[in-house]
Write a protein that binds this ligand. Structure first.
Ligand code: HEM
Length: 513
């Protein structure tokens, strides 16, 4: 009898503990699914939609009738803001300006210690970001800079020439198929070189661009195989050790190291010809800082080490060379599917710019509809559906909920961009939504946040928008774009979601206008 009672008590205790583990959350936490032992709610998300975790979030939000969801990733409490208001609230709350130090970000570094800007936080991040932006700006990042604009124009002319005359070098052959051109790959050189010009005052010439293509492919590989929650090994690090291949750890590390080696080689080449009396570009400014005998008193917490330089440069080069071509590909696909929008843009460019010269940045605020269509594309196809994770540095609040310290907070940018409270007909591609009654661009109507907001706002937003505008307006001025069979154009269900949303490569017909 006594052993029976003991067994019953043990069972009751076990059931109580299991129940508490699965359903217990800190007080006043947003609603969300239970925590499965070991995996937390990640397994549930995979079961709902393992290909597109953002869709799992949407499903769970609907199920729990909430726009702010809580989940456990392994043992880590994670809150997802998934509508326009809550996403904005997260972004401007400085108590949520941290980043979780995930193994996914550690594996980008040779030393496996998180460096750079993207994934660091606190004073280290603040000073590193300030210093880097301050000096990249000197060489043209995010502002009008004649020398850079001339170089981008030269790149654009070369892009047009390549599209018109076809491949010349072995690495260009894969870009063409029976006069059709491969997207986004054709845009790798212009976007990469537009940033390299700022970084090291050089552009990789056409004959040597195979290295740009190789680096872009590894960049995409990383973004495809990673996910916005950091993959299972980020919250269960033993998974990477026990199942290095199955967990994709080995592949992600290899891809990261290939990117790392690309940047290291580029930096080393510049260092070989470094002359402290002759400042050529951003890297020279940084080399000088690395050699300085005293700490920079304005950026006391910044780290001027070799490894930090490599990762910081990658933090800029990777989005410039990988995210920008992908946004251009999404945009062109949308225009092919919406020929009336394409026609209206081409008419506007013909009226404002004509055909005798390429569009430039002075034209940008005159090409209202063109600019509105680019903004609408950024909203309609959210490139980073779950944003980049934030970390609560202190206890804080999100809407009516309490967010404890060290809680991971995700910004559901796609949820914000498809929020029907904010966007009437959110699922329609309508550039007009950003125009006023006179057809002029009205920025007050643009509540989209594709580049984030607040202190962690994308450090390359202006550069990305400028390069995107210059590239697509030149393409539409010079070419009519189409595909032979629109029914074969990738549907949304063909898109891949890793850390970003990816439209698989597709061939486009460029007819000279
Ligand atoms: C082309 C489209 C791009 C999109 C949609 C995009 C979007 C974003 C987003 C959503 C974030 C995170 C913001 C947050 O945490 O709230 C971010 C961060 C960042 N982006 Fe971009 N980005 C793009 C291009 C670029 C380019 C071209 C560069 C560099 C030239 C760049 C550099 C960065 C950096 C360094 C950060 C980290 C900022 C920090 O954590 O302090 N991005 N970007």
């Amino acid at each position: 009898m006594a052993s029976f009672v003991l067994l019953a008590v043990c069972c009751a205790l076990f059931i109580y503990k299991a129940y508490k583990y699965m359903f217990f959350k800190p007080p006043n936490c947003p609603p969300g699914p239970p925590r499965i032992p070991v995996f937390g709610s990640y397994l549930i998300m995979l079961l709902i939609n393992y290909k597109h975790l953002q869709r799992s979030i949407d499903w769970l939000c609907q199920y729990y009738k909430t726009n702010i969801l809580s989940l456990y990733m392994g043992d880590f409490l994670t809150v997802v803001a998934n509508d326009s208001d809550s996403v904005r609230e997260v972004m401007i709350n400085t108590k949520l300006d941290g980043r979780p130090d995930l193994p996914l970000s550690q594996l980008r570094n040779a030393s496996s210690v998180t460096k750079g800007i993207f994934f660091t936080m606190g004073l280290y991040w603040r000073d590193q970001r300030r210093y880097t932006l301050r000096h990249l700006r000197d060489f043209g990042l995010g502002r009008r800079f004649n020398e850079l604009e001339l170089d981008i124009e030269a790149e654009t002319r070369q892009l047009i020439e390549i599209i018109k005359s076809g491949p010349k070098y072995a690495h260009e052959k894969e870009l063409f198929d029976n006069k059709m051109v491969l997207c986004p790959n054709i845009f790798y050189p212009i976007t990469a070189n537009s940033f390299l010009k700022i970084l090291c005052n050089e552009r990789i010439p056409r004959e040597s661009q195979s290295e740009i293509f190789r680096a872009a492919k590894t960049g995409y590989g990383f973004l495809k195989h990673a996910d916005s929650f950091g993959r299972l090994f980020s919250f269960l690090p033993w998974v990477a050790k026990v199942f290095p291949n199955l967990s994709s750890y080995t592949k992600l590390r290899k891809l990261s190291m290939s990117q790392y080696d690309f940047m290291k080689k580029l930096i080393d080449e510049q260092y070989e010809t470094y002359d402290e009396n002759h400042e050529r570009h951003f890297l020279d400014v940084y080399f000088k800082e690395m050699k300085a005998s005293q700490r920079n008193k304005h950026y006391k917490h910044a780290d001027f080490s070799y490894e930090q330089l490599i990762i910081t440069c990658l933090d800029f080069y990777q989005p410039a060379s990988v995210l920008s071509p992908m946004t251009i590909a999404f945009y062109l696909r949308l225009l092919i599917l919406n020929p009336h929008v394409k026609k209206r843009i081409q008419n506007e460019i013909d009226d404002v710019v004509g055909r005798s010269r390429l569009p430039n940045l002075d034209d940008r605020n005159k090409l209202h509809y063109t600019e509105a269509s680019i903004r609408e594309a950024f909203r309609y196809e959210t490139l980073i559906p779950n944003g980049i994770p934030r970390l609560a540095l202190e206890p804080t609040q999100l809407s009516q909920y309490d967010i404890p310290k060290n809680c991971v907070v995700m910004t559901g940018l796609r949820g914000a961009h498809l929020d029907s409270k904010r966007w009437p007909d959110a699922n329609k591609f309508q550039p007009e939504r950003f125009l006023d009654n006179e057809g002029k661009l009205n920025l007050k109507k643009d509540h989209s946040v594709p580049f984030g907001a607040g202190k962690r706002l994308c450090a390359g937003e202006t550069h990305a928008r400028n390069v995107m505008f210059l590239t697509v307006s030149a393409i539409l001025q010079n070419f009519d774009i189409s595909v032979p069979d629109e029914s074969k154009l990738h549907r949304e269900s063909d898109f891949l979601t890793g850390l970003i949303s990816i439209v698989p490569n597709f061939f486009v017909k460029f007819d000279t206008r």
